[in-house]
Design a protein around this ligand. Structure first.
Ligand code: AMP
Length: 197
């Protein structure tokens, strides 16, 4: 098995976190000797916001509460730092939470070239808005207020969906459209098939 680069794209509530965890396990069983680098920008933003000391930490915390997209430059710092400290050319790379804008996708191109990872798989967890809206209302995480849910759905539609179009025409790229309304097991099986695992 060659080192894989897998980018997950899907709205909040599409089950990205759960599916990445399952995929992580499946890859580590199929290829036990290779390291897996798993980078999640959401987790990194939450860790930054938790301190609430500096101007930036407080501002990030407010942004998380309201459900807004955080600025591109900060996103690049967070995943850039994670790649710098963990990534080499021989690890599997699982990406969750970025790119969420076309600008981010363009900067990620620069990084993929640097790390010699031209070939990528994109897992599109295609899930209709009404399904993820219902799931978010039901899970009631701290940041799942009605306003923030609607804000997050809006930027997904306006800023993140164009990222899929970016990958559909990128050379050396397979975009796998996965039916996100399937069960957790069903989605997992779809992803394994898509990646030939
Ligand atoms: P997540 O855990 O991936 O759903 O992300 C939680 C929150 O972190 C999002 O609602 C955004 O405010 C912020 N965030 C995570 N990734 C990004 C990104 N790539 N660009 C901008 N904001 C992000």
């Amino acid at each position: 098995m060659e080192p894989q680069t897998v980018i997950f794209i899907g709205p909040q509530g599409s089950g990205k976190g759960t599916q990445i965890e399952r995929l992580y396990k499946a890859i580590s069983e199929a290829d036990p000797l290779r390291r897996i680098v798993d980078i999640q920008t959401g987790r990194r933003f939450r860790a930054l916001a938790a301190k609430q000391e500096t101007f930036a930490e407080k501002k990030v915390a407010q942004g998380l509460d309201s459900g807004e997209l955080q600025p591109d430059f900060l996103t690049h710092i967070l995943w850039g730092e994670a790649m710098l400290s963990q990534l080499d050319d021989n690890s599997h790379l699982l990406i969750d939470g970025f790119p969420r804008t076309v600008t981010q996708a363009e900067v990620l191109e620069n990084a993929l070239e640097f790390f010699e990872r031209e070939s990528v798989h994109v897992i599109n967890l295609d899930t209709p808005e009404e399904v993820v809206r219902k799931r978010m209302y039901e899970r009631a995480r701290d940041d799942d207020t009605a306003d923030s849910i609607e804000t997050r759905l809006r930027w997904y539609r306006e800023d993140t969906l164009p990222v899929l179009d970016f990958y559909r025409v990128r050379p050396d790229t397979q975009v796998h459209d996965i039916d996100g309304t399937d069960s957790i097991d069903g989605v997992h099986v779809q992803i394994l098939k898509a990646l030939n695992l």
